[in-house]
Design a protein. Structure first.
Length: 69
């Protein structure tokens, strides 16, 4: 399982798809940029296979392999 995080490259602001939809996340990122002028970056992160939601680092493969493989 993975999730997407937008984050500010200049302060500690971030928004994750763990807490909101991609559409809401994009709106929050745009609003932060407009309000501060800060640059926004994004990355896909993996979560623990146990479903604890703990971040383990970069997703190793995106998109995931199809079930036909």
């Amino acid at each position: 399982m993975s999730y997407f995080v937008n984050y500010c490259t200049e302060c500690d602001w971030s928004a994750s798809t763990q807490a909101c939809t991609r559409s809401e996340q994009s709106g929050l990122a745009i609003a932060h940029h407009v309000a501060t002028g800060h640059d926004i970056a994004g990355e896909r992160r993996a979560t623990e296979p146990s479903g604890t939601g703990q971040e383990t680092g970069w997703a190793t493969e995106w998109p995931p392999p199809s079930e036909d493989s």
